[in-house]
Design a binder for this molecule. Structure first.
Ligand SMILES: C[S@@+](CC[C@H](N)C(=O)[O-])C[C@H]1O[C@@H](n2cnc3c(N)ncnc32)[C@H](O)[C@@H]1O
Length: 259
């Protein structure tokens, strides 16, 4: 998974991704069809003095949401097309966000401990070296601050199959090495979305020195409320039975000891 391939792929699909997926700025989203933070209550307190960094922001809907609550937000993504969408959306919402076209691999040179909240939703599956990414993200968290990572649940890599007549279920060949979801760029390069066992991600976070590790495996909203999910699309709605059988996302939070 080279950075060039990631950039090409996300540049290529940015328009469709933003057009076909409804991603709200009224709430903080954690993944497809899931309740937002208003219901889950995972975010730390946000005030006008809160500084936030979003990693792999796409059109930065979560940063825009936090900025409308007064936070100072920085958001970065490897794809200039995604950042272009973020800039347009921030302008529509009259919020000022610092947007940067940058690979997550390149934040290692930043001064450490600058942000009260470092958050990333579904960027981890696309990062070639996930433990190093978590280390760099953790280094950005200020004393007393929070790292929040939402990523693909390893069980979501299972195939949704009809087992017996009308009996549907999940087939997971290996929890320990879930299969990648492969995608192809126009140039024929392959990129994959990858999930990891929960204990592996928890260890990577623990090894950064952050503590107070908590995790969530939220259920999707009921079918009749899917349009209220801050992240939804017709394609995801079709997967509602699978998402109701096992979690699509794991959300991890951890904190730095107060300085
Ligand atoms: C599934 S999208 C999620 C976007 C956004 N967080 C959201 O919830 O809509 C994954 C994002 O990660 C970005 N990304 C992938 N690899 C990256 C890298 N190495 N550095 C920075 N961003 C990257 C992609 O450009 C894409 O916008």
């Amino acid at each position: 998974m080279t950075q060039d391939a990631q950039r090409d792929y996300w540049n290529q699909i940015a328009d469709d991704y933003q057009k076909l997926t409804t991603i709200s700025t009224d709430d903080f989203h954690y993944g497809p069809l899931l309740p937002g933070d208003r219901q889950l209550g995972i975010l730390p307190a946000i005030s006008e003095s809160t500084t936030c960094l979003e990693l792999g922001c796409g059109a930065a809907q979560n940063s825009i949401h936090l900025a409308t609550r007064g936070a100072s937000c920085t958001a970065l993504d490897i794809s200039p097309e995604q950042i272009r969408h973020a800039g347009a959306l921030a302008e529509t919402h009259h919020v000022d966000i610092e947007l940067q076209t940058l690979a997550l691999e390149d934040i290692g040179a930043w001064p450490s401990g600058q942000f009260d909240l470092v958050h990333s939703v579904f960027a981890l599956p696309f990062i070639a070296v996930p433990d190093a990414f978590i280390g760099r993200a953790a280094a950005c968290v200020a004393p007393g601050g929070t790292l929040l990572i939402a990523t693909q649940h390893p069980v979501f890599s299972a195939e949704w199959l009809e087992l017996e007549e009308e009996e549907m279920g999940l087939f997971l060949p290996s929890y320990f090495a879930p299969e990648d979801d492969l995608r192809e760029t126009q140039a024929g390069e392959i990129i994959g979305s990858r999930a990891y066992p929960i204990s592996a991600v928890a260890k990577w976070i623990y090894d950064t020195g952050l503590r107070d590790l908590r995790l969530w495996e939220p259920e999707p909203l009921p079918l009749e409320y899917l349009e209220q999910a801050p992240y939804h699309s017709p394609a995801w709605s079709e997967l509602h039975p699978k998402l109701s059988a096992a979690p699509v996302a794991v959300i991890y939070t951890a904190r730095t000891p107060a300085g």
